[in-house]
Design a protein around this ligand. Structure first.
Ligand code: ATP
Ligand code: MG
Length: 226
């Protein structure tokens, strides 16, 4: 099992290189030639872009889950992290992403790459849940020594029977979901000594709230004995 796990990890790591090349080349082709392309061609390139993105997310989630790494802490501007993550997400035309960022927030000690992964997973879930129509509001603010990040969508909501299970690894209601996204988000938040909660009402929408401490007690890359 250990050899298989190691092999799977190596293969997944190797697959990221060609995916990144495809992503960069796609970006180049789309931004340089979009005025010379007909609608059908654009549609096909969008399909490739979506497929590359979801493969990349899958690899990132599996690696993050199977080989969780300790956060490498640095001073982080949460709004900058949020903007970086959101810029990398394909938003369907009927979906609106609104941001309400408090300015002048203090820097927090965090691992920006892990936080980007968390922002992307929760936002993509909301986009997928709304099936192309709706609004997601993402906010940041200072709250009693913590930074609070909220994700508020007006999608279909989550039933009471499902709600306690959504953070379980491999729990998914999607035909092509792996169910790793939220369990990974929770792991990332816990590794930052933060808290994650969810409130949802069927038919009205869902809110995820994350509290991150300004400073993490555990030392960089070291033993997490807190
Ligand atoms: N904003 C949301 N609105 C409604 N349901 C949600 C929302 N976010 C999560 N869910 C529910 O929680 C489940 C678990 O989410 P999670 O991100 O862990 O897995 P997934 O999205 O199904 O698969 P993936 O591994 O591709 O992320 C989803 O399948 C969905 O049913
Ligand atoms: Mg998900």
């Amino acid at each position: 099992m250990m050899v298989l796990g190691k092999l799977a990890g190596m293969v997944l790591h190797q697959l990221r290189n060609p995916l990144n090349i495809m992503k960069t080349s796609l970006y180049y082709v789309i931004s340089s030639y979009s005025d010379k392309m007909d609608e059908r061609m654009k549609k096909h390139l969008e399909m490739i872009e979506k497929a590359v993105d979801s493969s990349d997310k899958l690899i990132e989630d599996i690696l993050g889950f199977a080989r969780p790494r300790e956060p490498v802490l640095e001073n982080v501007d949460i709004n900058h992290v949020a903007r970086t993550a959101l810029a990398d997400i394909l938003v369907p035309p009927g979906t609106t992403l609104e941001t309400e960022f408090s300015e002048d927030l203090p820097a927090i000690q965090a691992d920006p790459l892990l936080l980007i992964q968390m922002f992307k997973n929760i936002t993509i879930n909301a986009i997928e849940a709304m099936k192309g129509v709706g609004t997601i509001r993402i906010g940041t603010r200072l709250k009693e020594g913590w930074i609070e990040v909220s994700f508020n969508d007006n999608g279909p909501g989550i039933g009471e029977d499902m709600l306690p299970r959504i953070f379980e690894p491999l729990f998914s209601t999607k035909s092509r979901g792996t169910g790793l996204g939220l369990s990974l988000c929770r792991l990332i938040v816990y590794k930052h000594e933060g808290e994650i909660t969810v409130r949802s009402r069927k038919g009205y929408g869902t809110i995820f709230i994350i509290l991150l401490p300004l400073a993490v007690r555990a030392s960089t890359g070291g033993n997490n004995d807190g």
